[in-house]
Design a protein around this ligand. Sequence first.
Ligand code: HAM
Length: 424
Amino acid sequence: MPEFQRPRGTRDFGPEEMAKRRYVEAKMRETAMLFGFGEVMTPTFESTDLFVARSGEGIIDELYAFEDKGKRGISLRPELTASVMRFYVNDMQNLPKPVKIFYFGNCFRYERPQAGRYREFFQFGAELIGAPSIESDAEIIALALATMKNLGLADVVVRIGHLGVLNRYIRELGISESAEKEARRLIDKRDFDNLRQVLGEAAANGEATARLIELVNLGETEAKDRARAEAKSDESFGYLANLLDRLKAYGFDNCQLDFGVARGLDYYTGMVFEIDAPSLGAEKQICGGGAYTLADLFGGQEVNSTGYAFGFDRVMLALENSGVGVPSQNIEVYILPIGEKAQITAIGILRELRNAGISADMDLMGRNMSKAMKYANSIGARKVIIIGEKELAESSVTVRDMKSGEQSQVPISDILRAFTRVDA
Ligand code: HAM
């Protein structure tokens, strides 16, 4: 057994996996920029105080928190919203509104690792700061859905809720603040058995309990009907009905309402949403977000903000499960020089191809023909250039198409033209 293992909950990514991840990341970046969002990067670690200000002391148990050599409390970031809002308060408050930001970065949470749940994972997220809330919420959800669409991931469920609705029903229970918090956590987990027990122990009003449980269990159509029917009498229901109309105008009429979306983090204030990829089983939530206030908590002016983060690793798993093809790296040309003299010619051709932007690799191991062909296959080379004595004598090379097996002779002076012509 090797002496050193990866730390628990972390992963190594090989070249094939990295090529796929970079492709997906590029698609996400492309979509965000298409929507007018600009990229930011913030530090991997922050003062622990930032996360405590956001979520209370309890968060420390979930963090990679430590003291640095200067005795400062430092934590690896568990997500990027707090960092982005700190950055906004420090440097961006005076920018013209709205401020539209996206990011991609690694996050760290001290949790029990399992499939789709890691201690180091990646988020691709976006935040829209300083625009009225309904416009922001619609634009943010539309960006998340357009990202899924551009990736070709169709097998997803979008559930939108509103903490205004949920909190109104929870307040009617007449229970303590800590019991309310526990109730929200259990609703979020859809653990209704324990919810009933907790509400019973907290002496919650019986009728209010029944109303709450009915609300969070409303089916897809019933939830929409409820929002539309009560749109006039309840602001939050009206808000959701309006939001659905806007999303339809964006081209997304497949969103569900789910009043049980409570979101684990404590800073959300209004609309909340989640996207699930059912193929992932227990850890199926690939995206979470909503409207929140953090700027004032960090010493800035209060400002509307809304955002989301994709769990990038889960998106990769969902793409794989749904059979959506993600291209991995392929080398265009593999060059096999036979004999030492051929190597100098091979380097010349290698250089010419690479300078022309054609990915090219060359045998460095002195392989014979059959081993070289096997290797070329294993790296996904589309063509192999063979340079032997016979070819050298004729100032030409043999080009083999790895798919069809066809071979042709190409004069060395013509090689670039042959490749650009074939692949144009
Ligand atoms: P979150 O729901 O805690 O929200 O995380 C967003 C996504 O990150 C989750 O939906 C999930 O896909 C992924 N994720 C979370 N923990 C792990 C883990 N241990 N392993 C793998 N993936 C994980 C936030 O972080 C908010 N900052 C989102 C947001 C942005 N809200 C407003 N703006």
